[in-house]
Ligand binder design. Structure first.
Ligand code: SAH
Ligand code: SF4
Ligand code: F3S
Length: 440
């Protein structure tokens, strides 16, 4: 027998789904009577909620475990998330952690911890048919901006990606369960909800209703001021969702729509099932519905076989779209994915040069988007205190970070005038006199 843990910490890596899962695990352990610690080194139980999307993920988990054992109080360690799903047995074998739990099984964490206390290594990477959500405690106090997972898993099988293997097939949560959780989040303090899914716009109730129907229903919840969703796949961008961007005031003018590459040959080799042109035409339709929409994307450089000319097509696409934000990555071969078997790997220095060129273009456009916002009035949702005394940090409708001073409280939604732009944030002044004017 080991002593039962009394305190815990959850460290989440990777995407917003993992952040959401981490919050739900923390709620679960709090409901079990455990107390969260601010510093993982002070906890009796540390949950490492891991990400497997790019290389060295597993090695990073092993070094985190080593660090915790050296500097912490030799805590019980539970490895959760996508590395747990993909490499669970290897982790138990090599690092002798106490618990390994996959993303679809974490509602069993209390039982697994009890097994570990009793002295058995506890591993659960099942993907049960019955959803974990029903077994989780109700939402507690949350900040003004909350995540809500509505869809999990992926059936797209892009040739570079581990997600279909770590998260399983596409599954949508039931309509009523989502609406109930959204109401609970608003009761717990949320003013903005971001609906999450690996392919969130593939959400369906199985009866013909899609994400836009869900958004139109959530729009009617009193107290919920803002709705966002991420991540979307271009092929699941239904006209109804585009129309919602035109009609639903609480749906924020922001769309994260990864394209990955600008060359049709590369897109085909990636199994993206959209072309450069179909993606660009889709953006035209989105912009027609919501002209001020801020666009965001994900990009991979150096996919096996990508030529200089093909990479230039990515740059041309970026120049054409003018993204407000973006994430870009070097291709990373992932074990078990089809692209990892393609022989024609791009040398590291070529990938680095391409990434630098791409990020130069993306940063230029992000700054240009921010600069074009100066002089606009908009609402800002105050999320937290800034670094300087008296400074508060909030988000604009276009997901820009906005700094301002004044006696505003976390959770306030205030009208501001955007006054200065930097690459990563804007500054603003409170604008009580003209909340409806669009420029100041
Ligand atoms: N479901 C989402 C995002 C999934 S992962 C989508 O399809 O858009 C987030 C991003 O990580 C991807 O959009 C992609 O740009 C990047 N990514 C995924 N696998 C990768 C790999 N093997 N190497 C480099 N980047 C990768
Ligand atoms: Fe991965 Fe592609 Fe699925 Fe996105 S759509 S999670 S990139 S397989
Ligand atoms: Fe990473 Fe898993 Fe999310 S691999 S990006 S944590 S779905």
């Amino acid at each position: 027998m080991k002593p039962a843990p009394k305190t815990f910490a959850v460290k989440s890596f990777g995407c917003q789904m993992n952040v959401y899962d981490g919050e739900r695990m923390a709620e679960l352990m709090t409901a079990e009577g455990m107390i969260p610690t601010a510093d993982a080194n002070d906890a009796d139980l540390v949950v490492l909620n891991t990400c497997h999307i790019r290389e060295r993920a597993t090695e990073k988990v092993f070094s985190d475990i080593g660090r915790l054992r050296k500097h912490g109080r030799a805590p019980m360690i539970a490895v959760a998330g996508c590395v747990a799903q993909a490499e669970g047995e290897e982790i138990v074998r090599r690092a002798k952690v106490d618990v390994v739990v996959g993303p679809q099984a974490y509602h069993n964490l209390p039982r697994l911890v009890a097994e570990a206390v009793a002295g058995t290594a506890a591993l659960d990477t099942d993907m049960p048919a019955a959803s974990k959500f029903g077994a989780l405690p109700a939402r507690r106090k949350v900040g003004p901006s909350a995540f809500l997972t509505v869809q999990e898993g992926c059936d797209k099988f892009c040739t570079y990606c581990v997600v279909p293997y770590t998260r399983g097939a596409e599954v949508s949560r039931p309509f009523a369960a989502i609406v109930d959780e959204a109401k609970a989040l608003v009761d717990a303090g949320a003013r903005e909800i971001t609906l999450l899914g690996q392919n969130v716009n593939a959400w369906t109730d199985g009866d013909g209703r899609g994400l836009h129907d869900l958004i139109r229903t959530l729009d009617r919840i009193p107290g919920l001021a803002r709705i966002r969703y991420t991540t979307s796949h271009p092929n699941d961008m239904a006209q109804g969702l585009i129309d919602a961007h035109r009609d639903v005031e609480s749906l924020m003018p922001f769309l994260h729509l990864p394209v990955q590459a600008g060359s049709d040959r590369v897109l085909k080799a990636m199994n993206r099932s959209h072309s450069r042109d179909s993606y660009l035409r889709l953006l035209d339709r989105v912009r027609a519905a919501r002209p001020d929409i801020a666009l965001s994307g994900d990009f991979i450089v150096g996919f096996p076989g990508e030529t200089d000319a093909e990479f230039e097509e990515t740059i041309r696409l970026v120049n054409e779209v003018g993204y407000a934000q973006a994430f870009s990555f070097k291709y990373s071969p992932r074990p078990g994915t089809p692209a990892a078997d393609i022989a024609d790997h791009i040398p590291e220095e070529v990938m680095s040069a391409r990434l630098q060129q791409l990020q130069g273009a993306l940063n230029r456009d992000q700054l240009a988007f921010n600069e074009a916002s100066v002089g606009r009035t908009c609402e800002v949702l105050i999320e937290r205190e800034g670094k300087l005394p008296g400074q508060m940090l909030g988000k604009s409708p276009w997901l820009q970070s906005v700094l301002l001073s004044g006696a505003h409280k976390i959770g306030d939604l205030i009208s501001v005038c955007l006054t200065h732009a930097g690459p990563n944030s804007l500054t603003a002044i409170f604008n009580p006199a003209s909340p409806t004017k669009t420029s100041c």
